[in-house]
Ligand binder design. Structure first.
Ligand SMILES: Cc1cc2nc3c(=O)[nH]c(=O)nc-3n(C[C@H](O)[C@H](O)[C@H](O)COP(=O)(O)OP(=O)(O)OC[C@H]3O[C@@H](n4cnc5c(N)ncnc54)[C@H](O)[C@@H]3O)c2cc1C
Length: 304
């Protein structure tokens, strides 16, 4: 079957305006790198989301779930198969101290709405540029908080397109990991338990965390955030800094001079420049300190 046929078949259940052939993924990823998706689909309802997942499964078509693309590097040859994003499923609802958010809702919007309702617990995530789906898959965390601390449950789809409600325990949230990532589930929505807080304290915490992020992170350049996981007993950024790698890179990809854990796209980097810079960092840190740096960012797709 051709990609054109996939698009025709998908259009039976999904608004054709939301099915795109040969769509560049650069605009959907924060590194602004990478090639095209054969077919890119943006379902608008849970029913449409289920239809995409089932179609890919039944026809054995590779499927990539993209969130807000803030932790994803797509290689220059792009993605074969279907790339789906739930960015149109972005409803957020607050009832008392309980938050419901669909997977395409942005973490920063949930954090903002929670704060506006004087709810505390979500402040740690105010500057994480991902979606709720990506945050669930990665158990996103910052400044001593993580998704695990506030999650009640998630509604997910299995690879076959069946709905499951997973409890906190069943989500198996650990450092940048979850049963969602392990088992290949697709998050539809999540529920969080927050607590009533003091408005001034919530606002002050968000202002402080925003200041810390803006002063320490190279937010002026496209990047995927911290590229590497924290190796046990160490900080990746410190190892990279102590290896003298800041400012070094391949092509227009560079280890940030502001935050050594970030690799930035200075303008015209290719995915292959970015990945070569990742590998250069891994090689040098291994030589200097004998430590293997594992990537936190997901590298997907084909080389050119
Ligand atoms: C400037 C910057 C700062 C950052 N700071 C932090 C930080 O402080 N803390 C932190 O934890 N992260 C941070 N990140 C990384 C990133 O924002 C998080 O990992 C975020 O949770 C990823 O969400 P996303 O929607 O962008 O996911 P994507 O990058 O699109 O995808 C990441 C993974 O999640 C999966 N995924 C996405 N949506 C779903 C879904 N609906 N169902 C199942 N799987 C899904 C994808 O398949 C992929 O495997 C930062 C990134 C940047 C660029």
């Amino acid at each position: 079957m051709t990609k054109e046929q996939w698009a025709v078949d998908l259009a039976q259940n999904i608004n054709p305006a939301n099915i795109k052939l040969d769509e560049s993924l650069q605009q959907y990823t924060m590194t602004k790198l990478g090639g095209k998706a054969d077919v890119f689909v943006l379902p608008e309802t849970e029913e449409e989301a289920i239809a995409v997942i089932r179609y890919a499964h039944i026809n054995n078509i590779p499927l990539l779930m993209l969130g807000n693309g803030s932790n994803m590097v797509v290689r220059d040859g792009g993605m074969r198969g279907i790339v789906v994003t739930f960015s149109h499923l972005d409803k957020i609802q607050i009832t008392g101290d309980h938050v419901y958010a669909q997977s395409g809702a942005l973490i920063k919007d949930v954090s903002k709405l929670a704060a506006a309702s004087s709810l505390t617990g979500f402040e740690f995530a105010c500057g994480i540029p991902g979606s709720i789906g990506g945050a669930m898959a990665m158990n996103a965390g910052a400044y001593g908080g993580e998704i695990k601390d506030i999650i009640i449950s998630s509604k997910v789809l299995t690879k076959e397109g069946d709905i499951l409600i997973l409890s906190k325990e069943e989500l198996e949230l650990g450092y940048r990991q979850s049963s969602i990532a392990k088992k290949g589930y697709y998050v539809l929505s999540s529920e969080f338990q927050l607590a009533q807080g003091v408005q001034e304290e919530i606002d002050a915490k968000i202002a402080d965390l925003t200041f810390q992020r803006e002063s320490k992170q190279p937010l002026e350049y496209p990047s995927a955030g911290s590229v590497f996981k924290r190796p046990p007993g160490h900080f990746a950024g410190k190892l990279i800094q102590d290896s003298g790698l800041q400012g070094k890179g391949v092509g227009d990809a560079e280890v940030s001079t502001k935050h050594a854990g970030f690799i930035v796209n200075k303008g015209n980097a290719t995915a292959s420049d970015y990945i070569a810079t990742i590998e250069m960092v891994q090689r040098v840190v291994k030589e200097k300190f004998g430590i293997d740096l594992e990537t936190e960012v997901k590298i997907v797709g084909d080389d050119l």
